[in-house]
Design a protein around this ligand. Structure first.
Ligand code: PLP
Length: 450
């Protein structure tokens, strides 16, 4: 192994969401990537069954994206994000607005999904203040939701491990029940038939807290990081009907689902449900440069431009900053260039349609794992699938950790595991052979795991 790709010590890097001690004993390193594969320091080609972390929708190392980043770095490496602009961010906002449904036409940029979520929550708070209803500060999330790791995100999120270690979270938050019930939904292909009525719980929470205290409801259309939970048929429509009836903004966290994972630019389109804000990240640049953002309905933007209702718009001084929020890297030139190139690739290769075409074959391959050891549920939707395994008694997550290691070291496959759930989400460029290969490697890995 050449020296430059062999770190001489592993201790200084505190790895995120990683069992650091286990990793540092038996590292899983990648040094290159191309198409459907990662390359390891010892020259193995490892198939990428989870698109990195659900980002690399067009596959790795796409020339068009690489060259756009290189050109941009050589032309305008950084532009101040506050009070100055550069064309790329404006072009990109227009392109995203065109892809987003209905009047979701205003785009705020950040760099991570967590920032996008916190941005959406803060926009909701500021919107109500601007409307003269500053008492609306409560958020409603959902059990098993994942909205990143900011204080806002862990507060509205519903993954217990992500909250447990951090006592101080936002106080005015409540959660809907998870949409998952194995007894009623196990081995459903796509959106399960049972569970739309779970949305009605929102009526109860609204009655309990009173609509006048609620700033927004936030959900992932398909809960991703918890292990891929597709929404029951009709569930999102009901959430929308209830939030609309009470005038409460609905935020879709589409950090995973946007840009093709479910066969459309946004899950909102797949489900025919128009939220008030959409948080996106990951696939917007095909993972090549960190970028995220929030697409917002024009009316929310306008309310913030106008300011509190008691101020006549014309009386509002022009120099006044309308929203005291933003990041040094909002709309970063390299990220914007990468995103514009990624959107070109998605469009020119019709990759969202390709995901729709692959969906049934992908689901069939995943469902064939039903007879593998330890498997208790399989949930394919779009090009994404959760596979639940039984946990070892007294050792939740141990079997999943073994899957991660065996898949990589013994079967040349990278696949994401959350606890004892495998999440498969291949790049949308996957061929039938690639999907076969992922299925076969999963079969072998599952057979080998104790
Ligand atoms: C739905 C959702 N929201 C937010 C995030 C957080 O994104 P990031 O890790 O970029 O902060 C994720 C990450 O997986 C996600 O899946």
């Amino acid at each position: 192994m050449p020296d430059e790709i062999k770190p001489n010590e592993l201790d200084p890097y505190w790895m995120p969401f990683t069992a650091n001690r286990a990793f540092k004993r038996a590292p899983r390193m990648v040094v290159g990537a191309e198409g459907m594969h990662y390359l390891t320091p010892d020259g193995r080609r490892v198939i990428d069954a989870t698109s990195g972390l659900y980002c690399v929708n067009a596959g790795h190392g796409r020339r068009r994206i690489v060259e756009a980043i290189q050109r941009q770095a050589a032309t305008l490496d950084y532009a101040p994000a506050f009070q100055f602009g550069h064309p790329g961010a404006f072009h990109l906002a227009s392109r995203i607005a065109l892809l987003a449904p209905a009047d979701l036409d205003r785009v705020f940029f950040a760099s991570s999904g967590s920032e996008a979520v916190d941005t959406a929550l803060k926009i909701a708070l500021a919107y109500w203040r601007a409307r003269g209803e500053g008492g609306r500060t409560r958020f409603i999330g959902r059990e098993r939701g994942y909205h990143g790791v900011g204080f806002g995100g862990i507060s509205v999120g519903g993954m217990v491990n992500n909250r447990r270690a951090f006592g101080a979270i936002l106080p005015a938050v409540d959660h809907l029940r998870t949409t998952y019930d194995r007894d009623k939904q196990a081995f459903s292909v796509g959106e399960p038939e049972w569970g739309a009525e779970l949305a009605d719980e929102l009526e109860r929470l609204i009655a309990f807290h009173d609509a006048s205290t609620i700033a927004a409801v936030i959900v992932e259309p398909v809960a991703g990081s918890t292990g891929c939970l597709p929404p029951p048929k009709g569930y999102l429509e009901r959430l929308r009907a209830i939030t609309s009836a009470h005038g409460i903004p609905l935020i879709f966290d589409e950090v995973i689902t946007a840009f093709g994972r479910l066969g459309y630019a946004f899950a909102a389109e797949r489900y025919g449900v128009v939220p008030d804000m959409i948080a996106f990240a990951k696939g917007v640049t095909n993972g090549a440069v960190p970028m995220s953002g929030v697409v917002v309905r024009t009316g929310i933007y306008d309310a913030l431009m106008q300011g509190a209702e008691h101020i006549a718009p014309e009386a509002r001084p022009l120099h006044e900053v309308e929203l005291f929020h933003g990041y040094t890297n909002s709309g970063h030139p390299l990220a914007a260039a990468a995103a514009l190139a990624a959107l070109d690739v998605y469009r020119d290769e019709d990759l969202f349609a390709r995901a729709r075409e692959l969906e049934a074959g992908f689901a069939a391959r995943m469902m064939s794992l039903r007879t593998s050891p330890h498997v208790v549920d399989i949930r394919p939707v779009g090009l994404m699938c959760g596979i639940d395994l039984t946990s070892r008694p007294g050792a939740p997550g141990a079997r999943g950790a073994e899957i991660t290691a065996r898949a990589f070291h013994e079967h040349d496959m990278y696949v994401r595991v959350a606890g004892d759930t495998i999440v498969v989400a291949p790049p949308l460029i996957a061929s039938g052979d690639d999907l076969d290969s992922i299925r076969d490697r999963l079969t072998l890995t599952l057979a080998a795991v104790a």
